[in-house]
Design a protein around this ligand. Sequence first.
Ligand SMILES: O=C(O)CCC(=O)C(=O)O
Length: 290
Amino acid sequence: MREWLSSLKYRIYRDYLRNPRSRRLYEAQHRDLGEAQQQVVRDLLETGIAAVPFTSIFDDALWQTISREADGFAESATVKDAVRAWKSGDRTSTQKGYLIRKYPRHAVVTSADPWLQLALDRRMLAIANAYFGMLSRLMFFDLWYTIEDQAGRDRRGSQNWHRDAEDQNILKGFVYFTDVTEGSGPLEYVTHSRAGERNCHTSYAGISWTRSADEFSRIPPQDVVRGMGPRGTLLLCDAAGIHRGGFAIDGPRTLATWGYTTPSSLEPRRFEVSDSMPALDAAASFALTC
Ligand SMILES: O=C(O)CCC(=O)C(=O)O
């Protein structure tokens, strides 16, 4: 019964209330995308995934700031202690013990947080909003260190094929701070696997996907894209499509990640800002408060 009510509420928000309003607000805005941003949006709309050098969209000064932050995290005592714990078997009982996150599930950050600022950056939101065709909502942001594992170990959690379920479309960003090779846990993505596309054999019910039992065993290998790339790669994908990642066996992986949904998502925002934000443009203000 609760599932059914959520599904109804989601569809009302998506089809009649929140998303149509957001689409109207977006259409009334001035939209100015550079060539690299337009190419990213085209690739996302066509296949569900896009990758470009970070500095083809953002400036080098921003790259210097965030890569310093990310390298500091990778070298921090938090990461070192967690890697030690994983290797001695202490984190293996948790489903995603191989993943060290900077933030808890519900993060409290200040307005100066670099990962919040990146996710609200106008160049990034311009891509997200053009992809959705409406003003989007920022759901979360984080910094991850994926621990190098042994090749023989079974895949766990999101190392297995899955769809994210917070919305029918979810745009996730990933910035690599290490070279991500075939063996260091690249995100793998099944193109054309969003709702209604040829590799989708299920439908979205508001807070979950109605699984067709064999969906993940029907993946055509030619439609799987491996998101490998050097340090400095920006990868974007619609994580409601089929994907997996983080099975790192050749070396660890450090990345920043963040995600946007449409305003109809029933998933609560996973962070709060503890002080007042400086003046924001309309897209950032909507992403933070809708
Ligand atoms: O690359 C990974 O670690 C998996 C990421 C993933 O499944 C997700 O962000 O939804």
